[in-house]
Design a protein around this ligand. Structure first.
Ligand SMILES: [Cu+2]
Length: 373
């Protein structure tokens, strides 16, 4: 990013400049995004927190999705068996447009799959047949481009096969899940960076046939939003809402293996990173190997579209930060906390952030994919 755009976005958000919340609201209105009135903003946002973070909370009900649930809400699809015995997983995807709240009082006109940003986290086992019935209910042409092995007709690229799917039209993408790994899908309509950063992307996790060892598993999509459409991001996040996991520390148990499927989908900034406090992790670049590609690191970087799997354990109870080791991203939303507790305190930690046993179960049963017929 240029110094100029850096200055502009800092003025826009007001971090470090002592700007009032009202100024932030005025900037949003000027730039065409919807903002609430100044009084509401003053309730939501001040910039005087010692951690330099966005204040206030986004009610998940406003968006119809919850970043905390997105950590664990694997979508195994509608499962059946083909005559050959191969497992078939079917998904219905629709493209649409709606406004989402990406930080308290900051709204973004998103394009989305199934009304959420990121879209559903597809999860399957290598060798499964994947069938995605895609309907475009939006006003722009869209596609779904999956990362993985498949024929060119199924690549979701303009001008090849069916290419762009026009508004009101449908197309079915079908291919075998290969190779295992931590992949993603995204729209590939042009202009590409606009379609991606508007919110059209999601996780595509293919488990190895042999499975992975039991762990508490989370999907983290590192994303960002250009709220004033100047070609630079104003808000950074994991799972869309800036600083969500600072307000709601992610519950984990001391001593258990934690596995993160980490994906970088930001546009406009070339590199993103993940740093874990007071700990080190093993890293599997792209998730396409059973052995780590990096041992005992505490920071990794990912280029646009890159992803990988992290594995680690906490030795002691406490709150531990994770964030981009790019201070500006961290201050603008990409920063969170794990709340590591002893097992007897786990139910309490869940309740503190508004989740329950179902969240616990989804987080710990993903690596063993059950075929439900
Ligand atoms: Cu699109």
């Amino acid at each position: 990013m240029s110094d100029q755009s850096n200055l502009t976005r800092r003025k826009f958000i007001g971090i470090g400049l002592g700007a009032t919340a009202g100024l932030v609201g005025a900037g949003l209105v000027q730039q065409g995004a919807r903002a609430q009135d100044d009084d509401q903003h003053s309730n939501h946002m001040t910039m005087t927190h010692p951690m330099q973070m966005l204040m206030g909370k986004v009610d998940p009900a406003n968006n119809g999705f919850d970043p905390m649930q997105m950590l664990v809400d694997w979508d195994f699809g509608k499962v059946s068996q083909l005559p050959s015995g191969q497992t078939l997983r079917e998904y219905d995807f629709s493209a649409g447009e709606h406004e989402i709240e990406i930080a308290p009082g900051i709204f973004f006109p998103a394009w989305s799959y199934n009304g959420r940003v990121p879209g559903p986290s597809i999860r399957c086992t290598e060798g499964d047949r994947i069938r995605v019935n895609f309907s475009n209910f939006g006003t722009h042409p869209h596609t779904i481009h999956f990362h993985g092995f498949h024929t060119s007709e199924m690549d979701g690229v303009p001008g090849i096969g069916r290419g762009e799917i026009a508004p009101g039209e449908s197309f079915t993408y079908e291919f075998d899940a290969d190779p295992f790994g931590c992949h993603l899908y995204h729209c590939h309509a042009t202009p590409l960076k606009r379609h991606i950063h508007k919110g059209m992307y999601g996780a595509f996790i293919i488990d190895p046939k042999v499975g992975r060892p039991p762990a508490r598993e989370f999907m983290m999509m590192m994303n960002a939003f250009d709220t004033n459409f100047d070609g630079g991001n104003e808000i950074y996040a994991v799972n869309t809402v800036g600083h969500e996991f600072m307000h709601r520390p992610i519950p984990v148990k001391v001593g258990e293996t934690i596995r993160i499927y980490l994906i970088n989908i930001i546009e406009f900034d070339l590199i993103n990173s993940f740093h874990l406090h007071a700990n080190f992790f093993d890293y599997y670049d792209h998730g396409t190997t059973l052995q780590p590609t990096l041992h005992l690191v505490d920071t990794i970087m990912q280029a646009q579209g890159q992803r990988g799997i992290l594995e680690f354990k906490f030795r002691w109870p406490g709150q531990f930060m994770f964030h981009a080791h790019i201070s500006e991203f961290a201050e603008l939303g990409w920063m969170g906390l794990f709340n590591a507790v002893e097992p007897d305190k786990f139910a309490e930690a869940l309740a503190q952030v508004g989740v329950d046993d179902a969240w616990d179960k989804k987080g710990t049963s993903g690596s063993t994919v059950e075929v439900k017929l």
